[in-house]
Design a binder for this molecule. Structure first.
Ligand SMILES: Nc1nc(=O)c2c([nH]1)NC[C@@H]1CN(c3ccc(C(=O)N[C@@H](CCC(=O)O)C(=O)O)cc3)C=[N+]21
Length: 281
């Protein structure tokens, strides 16, 4: 039996329709939601993602601004731009596209964003709020994964969840959201011995390593839900995830594709966080 595909594209359409209505209601009160996206340098992947984010904003009736700067922008200048956006009443959300050039301290930049405009949920105070179960903004990718589980009515409470990858932007917040939903959570990392021994125990398997084919069919429990956060290129240059999709889909109960899975949901949850920021104001 082959797995049921969880389409991030379709789920995104449903959620974005609701976001569009809420944006129209705010706009009618003179409070159009606004997102500012800052891109430093000319990383080609970042250019595509940033363009997709700005387009999604426009589609939902948001005000959006894209600020592009040369790769040699100084850290001080970037901090000054953030300060300006922190104080701009038309801007509800600020996103600084990562990665930043090496001469800029990304942590310092993230900490400069006003916490109530940190729609990525990366600010240290938002990380702390999430950890203690009082999130202001849930990081977009893990939040999107939770919405995908919700969309199939998955009983997360009591399930074994395994997160492969322990980054601050995906793995760690993903583990927190799953834990708070009642799952028993294991976080694996690049040093984990016998990864398969852990992943085979997973009812819910979230893979976010940036390594193609790190999860193969023999590492998946029959019937598991497999959520693939990876964004890689295969030998033909086609977009693919971290999971050996063709084979894993024959074992899993549900699986998310790449493209058309978690990626579009990440952008959708950015819109959700931005509308919530605007509604709170
Ligand atoms: N401050 C910050 N916030 C982020 O949220 C952030 C970031 N920096 N840096 C880079 C990563 C990556 N990311 C993606 C978002 C959407 C797709 C996406 O829409 N993917 C499409 C395909 C897009 C394509 O064709 O390349 C899909 O999976 O179907 C992918 C990747 C957000 N990120």
């Amino acid at each position: 039996m082959t797995a049921q595909i969880i389409s991030g594209t379709e789920l995104s359409q449903q959620i974005r329709a609701d976001v569009t209505k809420r944006a129209a209601a705010l706009t009618a009160q003179g409070k159009q939601p606004g997102l500012a996206v800052i891109l430093v340098g000319d990383n080609p992947a970042s250019q595509v993602y940033v363009r997709n984010k700005v387009k999604a904003c426009q589609d939902c009736g948001f005000h959006s601004v894209l600020e592009k700067y040369e790769a040699d922008l100084s850290e001080a200048d970037l901090l000054a731009h953030i300060d300006r956006l922190n104080n701009d009443p038309k801007i509800d959300g600020i996103l600084v596209q990562l990665p930043l050039p090496a001469h800029i301290n990304a942590n310092k930049v993230i900490e400069a964003i006003a916490a109530e405009k940190d729609v990525d949920g990366f600010h240290i105070s938002n990380a702390g709020l999430l950890m203690t179960g009082q999130p202001l903004f849930r990081p977009c990718t893990p939040y999107g994964v939770m919405k995908m589980l919700e969309s199939i009515d998955y009983p997360v409470r009591g399930a074994n969840a395994v997160v492969v990858g322990a980054s601050n932007i995906v793995g760690k917040p993903q583990a927190m959201l799953l834990l708070q939903a009642g799952a028993t959570v294991t976080i694996c990392n690049s040093k984990t011995r016998d990864l398969g021994a852990h992943t085979r125990n997973a009812d819910i398997l979230v893979v976010a390593t940036g390594k193609r084919n790190i999860v193969t069919a023999d590492m998946v429990k029959p019937g598991a839900v497999v959520l693939d956060v990876g964004m890689n290129r295969d030998d033909e240059g086609k977009l693919c995830g971290d999971v050996d999709y063709a084979n894993v889909k024959e074992v899993a109960g549900h699986i998310t594709p790449v493209p058309g899975g978690v990626g579009p949901m990440t952008i959708t949850m950015l819109l959700v966080n931005t509308i919530e920021a605007a509604e709170r104001k």
